[in-house]
Design a protein around this ligand. Structure first.
Ligand code: SF4
Ligand code: SF4
Length: 441
């Protein structure tokens, strides 16, 4: 595991600001509410995702797919444009590494990462790291559980019939082990995204790049040839322990620490850093960076298409789910008056935080004149906020002579609408079977 040397500089400072903002967002979100409901929570036992005052259910998996697609395409697009910006600036692995290093330097000072640090200092450091891991793990689990309830149970040591302590213990251990044993090994050998990067980037990507034309050959034994003083500062500050002067490397997370290091070193000679955010084509051929290239255009178009689709679907989304399935154990039956009765299982889910009263109505039925029977007055069904209703309903309709129906199954359209809010409605197409009635000619 590499514990890299600390460096100050413009990029380091900017990254601290970004990491502080990301860390704050990560910790604060689980505690926030929207109109008294969680701002963002994945309630796995109830199979509900609360987001910005809305409730999403597994049947709306299209939104999850679109989210994953847009996240993947954003990664493709930004990597082709500005390299591994995600890795260096926003990936939890990098952000937590910096948090752990900051704690290490605060407690051990310049003995951090050294063998000769005092045993008490090391003990204190690992104790604080474990507490920090527990704190971070608590907030991971808080995205799935009510944090106030978890905190209250922890304070009262009440862990009856709850699973969250096991998850907190698991995530704390995972984070602690990762930060004390794994760190850059994960980026270099385990992270699948690191493998993708070479495919997504090209010589025009704006990435951490060493200006080998200026820097090489390096100054060795005081021989002044290139600008690189061979001070190796870029190497010792690198959190993944690579040498950027060897060229683009799968281990480079584009954190920019080597840029700050070389800026200090070259600053002593009033020269510009040899390592910068730049493109290989600019360094090698002095060509301007081409931001608009086939791959950036393709990724941008795909991303735009997916985002537009998601926005259109979200803006037309009605937070009501209905499934109407013919009852298999009860065949359609012929009843007096030359009529037919079909049975259905109705499942309704109200994905809002308001009580709803829904009216069921058939709006397209050819000439069958169907009537819905729900067991309640006017075919109205009450569903509590964030609740559901399962019931068996039946539909009575006219029957037709055999000669007038090429098939026994007809399609009818049911309208399900909130009696107090006409924009809250959905339609369902359902089959209506008309068995042959020998009494109708
Ligand atoms: S080479 Fe530079 S940018 Fe890449 S990981 Fe190392 S320090 Fe960060
Ligand atoms: S920090 Fe700059 S000068 Fe020093 S070794 Fe690296 S590239 Fe050369």
């Amino acid at each position: 595991m590499v514990i890299s040397r600390h460096i100050t500089g413009a990029i380091r400072s900017r990254r601290y600001i970004v990491e502080a903002i990301l860390g704050t967002i990560y910790i604060v979100i689980p505690w926030l509410s929207w109109a008294g409901k969680p701002l963002m929570r994945l309630d796995i036992p109830a199979r509900k995702f609360h987001l910005l005052g809305g409730i999403f259910i597994p049947q709306e998996g299209i939104f999850l797919h679109l989210f994953l697609l847009s996240a993947g395409l954003s990664l493709f697009f930004f990597t082709s444009l500005i390299g591994r910006v995600w890795c260096g600036w926003a990936c939890p692995q990098t952000v937590f590494t910096d948090f752990f290093d900051a704690i290490g330097r605060f407690i051990l000072g310049n003995k951090y990462g050294k063998q000769d640090a005092s045993p008490f200092g090391k003990f204190l450091l690992h104790t604080v790291w474990i507490v920090f891991s527990l704190f971070a793990a608590f907030h991971i689990v808080a995205y799935f559980n009510d944090p106030q309830e978890m905190l209250s149970r922890i304070i009262h040591f009440d862990f009856k019939e709850v699973m969250f302590p096991y998850f907190i213990a698991f995530f704390s251990a995972a984070l602690y082990i990762d930060m004390t044993l794994v760190r850059e090994q994960f980026c270099k050998y385990a992270c699948p995204y690191a493998r993708f990067q070479t495919v997504m980037m090209d010589a025009d990507s704006y990435n951490v790049t060493y200006d080998f034309k200026r820097g090489e050959p390096r100054r060795v034994k005081q021989t002044k040839i290139g600008d690189c003083t061979a001070c190796n500062m870029c190497l010792v500050v690198c959190p993944t322990g690579i040498d950027i002067r060897d060229g683009l490397n799968v281990g480079c997370i584009a954190c920019g620490k080597c840029i700050d290091a070389c800026t200090v070193q070259m600053g002593k000679e009033n020269k510009k850093s040899l390592i910068n955010y730049d493109s290989m084509n600019r360094v090698e051929k002095n060509q301007k960076i081409k931001w608009i290239r086939p791959r950036t255009v393709i990724y941008a178009t795909l991303l735009f298409t997916v985002l537009t689709t998601a926005i259109v679907l979200l803006s037309n989304r009605v937070p009501l789910y209905a499934s109407v399935i013919p009852e298999r154990s009860l065949e359609p039956m012929i009843i007096p008056g030359q009529k037919v009765r079909n049975f259905y299982n109705l499942n309704l889910r109200n994905m809002t935080y308001e009580n709803r009263e829904l009216k069921l109505e058939i709006i397209e039925s050819e000439r069958l004149k169907p009537i819905i029977h729900t067991g309640s007055e006017d075919s109205k069904i009450k569903i509590p906020a964030n609740g559901s209703a399962q019931l068996r309903i039946f539909i009575e309709s006219e029957n037709l002579p055999k000669s007038e129906k090429p098939t026994q199954t007809f399609q009818i359209k049911m309208n399900i609408e909130d009696v107090n809010n006409s924009s809250f409605k959905i339609n369902k197409i359902l089959p209506l079977r008309l068995p042959d009635d020998p009494s109708i000619q």
